[in-house]
Design a protein around this ligand. Structure first.
Ligand SMILES: Nc1ncnc2c1ncn2[C@@H]1O[C@H](COP(=O)(O)OP(=O)(O)OP(=O)(O)O)[C@@H](O)[C@H]1O
Ligand SMILES: [Mg+2]
Length: 231
């Protein structure tokens, strides 16, 4: 791994075992993502993209292999240490937005900072307003998620992912639930976020969106297809 890597995976394997059925979701994946890079991941349904994102985002752990995130060997950490690294280093955007329905937009965006030490309520609020400005959603701060369109909800979800200033922004099919107009506008926003220095790893089924990334990674059957074998 070179010093500018945010993510380095080596030989990462994930096997799900349910009763006597074993699914090899990832088979010896090597992946490196550098600081400031925008990487897209594409591949057929069931090839392991979401499994890879869950491992990258420390929502799940690998069966075997090495994972270094922003200089820390996260595969060696205890659960509580991993949770702390996750809350500081990872921002997640999901296909289904996943906003909390009975919190306002502002409260949703503040949430990732709620359990951070050393951040006052006032600072939390200021930072939430700042990220809402970045995604053009301050005018909806007092609304509830159900009162927003899908595209607007995804903008808010992006603000929530950015408020903690994560080392990596992970987006799993961020446009998957949006029509093409809203999808394009969320993609444009992701590109803007990238242009201000954020490191992004995005899964998408849409080849036009995948092509907007600095680098495209293709997966097949639990493995990363070596570059040069994809055309
Ligand atoms: N929690 C789980 N338990 C058991 N098997 C799982 C689990 N999560 C995923 N799998 C299996 O692992 C494989 C990879 O699934 P994954 O969700 O990573 O695919 P994907 O590439 O994201 O697909 P899609 O494009 O449809 O979202 C599939 O065979 C899936 O059934
Ligand atoms: Mg998936």
């Amino acid at each position: 791994m070179n010093s500018s890597s945010i993510i380095a995976l080596r030989g990462v394997t994930k096997i799900f075992q349910i009763d006597d059925i074993e699914t090899h979701a990832l088979s010896s994946v090597d992946l490196q993502i550098d600081k400031g890079e925008f990487v897209s991941i594409t591949g057929p349904s069931g090839c392991g993209k979401s499994t890879l994102m869950s491992i990258l985002g420390l929502l799940d752990s690998a069966t075997s292999g090495l994972y270094t995130l922003n200089g820390t060997r996260v595969d060696l950490l205890t659960d509580s240490a991993r949770a702390k690294v996750r809350s500081h280093e990872v921002g997640f955007v999901f296909q289904a937005f996943n906003l909390i329905g009975d919190l306002t937009i502002l409260e949703n965006v503040e949430l990732p900072l709620a359990y951070r030490e050393g951040i006052s309520r006032a600072e939390r609020r200021d930072r939430a307003i700042e990220v809402l400005e970045r995604v053009g959603m301050t005018h909806r701060a007092k609304h509830f998620p159900a009162q927003l369109s899908g595209g607007q909800q995804q903008r808010v979800a992006l603000a929530r992912a950015l408020i903690g200033q994560p080392a990596i922004l992970l987006a799993d099919e961020p446009t998957g639930n949006l029509d093409s107009k809203n999808g394009e506008s969320v993609m444009q926003l992701l590109c803007e976020v990238h242009s201000t220095g954020s490191t992004i790893c995005m899964v998408t089924h849409d080849p036009r969106y995948a092509a907007l990334a600095d680098r495209q990674v293709f997966m097949f059957d639990g493995a990363v297809v070596p570059s040069g074998c994809t055309s």
